[in-house]
Ligand binder design. Structure first.
Ligand code: NAD
Length: 509
């Protein structure tokens, strides 16, 4: 099945990972070997760029920008509309490949492609709504307004866990805004990136989009560093760990470029005494074990009112007993593998830390072996009772490890929810209006996303997505996140026959 998908997109066993659109360059960098965590099988080798090919790609992108920025935005939107159509055609094939290369469930693989389609639709509408403001000038016979212009090359660095959706959030918006894009996908999921490049390339060719508008540099960390340091690239949008974000932020900041950072989370749900516990259960379990706990918005912590703690943790333990772990392409399974054995080692180290720091397990974790688990990447979702201040709880473990803790009053719960370095997603389960509104108020959650009666995991593309503190402060996707991809220009036009100066300054000659 996967072979057929690769053939359909002309992905050869050894494929270039360097492209300016229709043109694929023969890379001279290291070879990325893509291995599926589902069954440990090798998918393809992808050749990354050396420094010379990287420079050639940036030069091609810069050249293309001169033409692309002059296309009317609705015409650029029409091209993006066609990308959305092509993604609809290829949703099943690409969704399966996402599931196989990354290890998320088939439903989530399809969901990821659906998210790409949704952002295309959003971007098409946006292409006619890149609105500026007009202001009233303090001077007679003057008009003042602001407009938004394309910025230039957008460098996109993405993480393995959303191998294609994060690129589309960035690139579809960047394109309608008149930018050109250079994408460095995760070295762990380069093959899905090749497929995206092939899909976009065929749409671009049919519309005579200049070569260089959609570029790919599939490589490792070094290629990301080249992007971050390159003064030809005004905007770097980087998604990944906080460690990576700090490195990218310093490199981009040192050259006074713009960085849009989407980094790690440590997301909590408060389970109030007034929660609908049955409803809360679904949000908590999906949030903790969906994508095997490898979403930036995965639920890591449950802060549970002491009066419902025993009842709710018992429900959780019972629910965890029902979980089926196995091949994510089999829709009967709830939990697939972690991305690779390094991730498994980090998960095991975190389990040890939990007990070393004073926690105890309500549901034990462990690595699975035997038939069906040959890749060595399947682990048991675990639940541990902990204190919020434990060092291990303060860090994001990118695996299905859920922490539970008790609270007495709402302020204490909010303080615990906010009492971590990260600030991405948060939620409260409550039927009490006062609690809900307090949680959403300025004195409530300090996260970029705050929900009531839904979990932390997953977001709709219509809202601005991102978080505060060590999550990086960036916002992508919906609302007015498009402004990140453009430069604002303030214009004042004098149509009078005098030249009055601002602030009433007189300057006579
Ligand atoms: P990672 O930081 O290891 O890698 C992410 C990307 O950054 C990769 O493409 C990698 O090659 C590149 N990279 C690494 N170091 C770099 C450097 N110094 N300079 C430039 N590029 C560099 O992250 P990962 O393991 O792929 O993904 C998991 C992490 O991503 C988690 O922390 C998760 O929370 C986070 N994430 C955040 C969001 C969000 O929107 N906030 C979304 C998805 C994932």
């Amino acid at each position: 099945m996967i072979k057929d998908i690769l053939q359909q997109f002309n992905i050869t066993a050894k494929h270039s990972g360097v492209s300016t659109g229709a043109h694929w360059l023969s890379g001279t960098g290291s070879v990325l070997s893509s291995v599926s965590p589902v069954d440990g099988q090798h998918i393809a080798d992808v050749q990354s760029p050396g420094r010379d090919e990287f420079d050639a790609v940036v030069a091609a992108a810069g050249q293309a920008f001169h033409e692309w920025r002059q296309w009317p935005a609705p015409k650029r939107g029409e091209v993006v509309r066609q990308i959305g159509e092509a993604l609809r055609t290829h949703k099943t094939a690409l969704g399966k490949l996402v599931s196989y290369e990354m290890g998320k469930s088939l439903q989530e693989g399809y969901g990821e492609v659906q998210e790409m389609i949704d952002i295309c639709d959003f971007a098409v509408g946006l292409s006619r709504q890149l609105y500026g403001l007009s202001m009233h000038s303090e001077r007679p016979g003057h008009r003042m307004y602001e407009q938004w212009h394309p910025l230039g090359i957008t460098g996109i660095i993405s993480a393995f866990n959303f191998p294609v959706a994060v690129w589309s959030w960035n690139s579809m918006l960047a394109w309608v805004c008149g930018n050109v894009c250079i994408w460095k996908p995760s070295e762990k999921t380069p093959v899905t990136a090749l497929v995206c490049q092939h899909i976009v390339q065929s749409v671009f060719a049919a519309n005579q989009v200049p070569e260089g508008v959609c570029c790919l540099v599939a490589g490792g960390r070094e290629v990301g560093e080249w992007l971050a340091n390159d003064t030809r690239i005004p905007l770097i949008s980087a998604t990944g760990s906080t460690r990576m974000g700090k490195a990218v932020s310093s490199a981009v900041g040192a050259r006074l470029g713009r960085a849009l950072l989407e980094l790690g989370g440590n997301n909590a749900i408060i389970i109030s005494e007034s929660a609908d516990l049955d409803m809360a259960l679904i949000g908590c379990v999906f949030g903790a074990v969906g994508t095997a706990g490898q979403r930036c918005t995965s639920t890591r912590r449950l802060i549970i009112h002491e009066s419902v703690y025993d009842a709710f943790t018992q429900k959780l333990v019972n629910a965890y007993k029902q979980l089926r772990i196995g091949n994510p392409l089999d829709e009967n399974n709830h939990v697939g593998p972690l991305i690779d054995k390094d991730a498994v080692s980090l998960y095991q180290a975190s389990l040890q830390q939990v007990t070393a720091q004073g926690g105890h397990f309500l549901v034990e974790g462990g690595v699975l072996d035997g038939a069906g688990f040959e890749s060595g990447c399947y682990v048991k979702p675990a639940i541990a009772a902990v204190q919020n201040h434990y060092n291990i709880v303060q860090h994001e473990t990118f695996a299905p490890l859920l922490y539970v803790m008790k609270y007495k009053n709402l302020q204490e719960a909010i303080d615990m929810q906010n009492g971590v370095p990260q600030g991405l997603s948060s939620a409260i389960m409550t039927l009490n209006l006062r609690e809900a509104e307090h949680f959403l108020s300025a004195a409530g959650s300090d996260c970029g996303i705050a929900n009531v009666n839904i979990g932390t995991s997953g977001a709709e593309i219509g809202g601005a997505f991102g978080g505060e503190k060590e999550t990086g402060g960036g916002r992508e996707s919906g609302s007015d996140a498009w402004k990140n991809y453009m430069r604002r220009q303030t214009n004042t036009i004098n149509y009078s026959n005098r030249l009055p100066l601002a602030q009433g300054i007189s300057f006579d000659l």
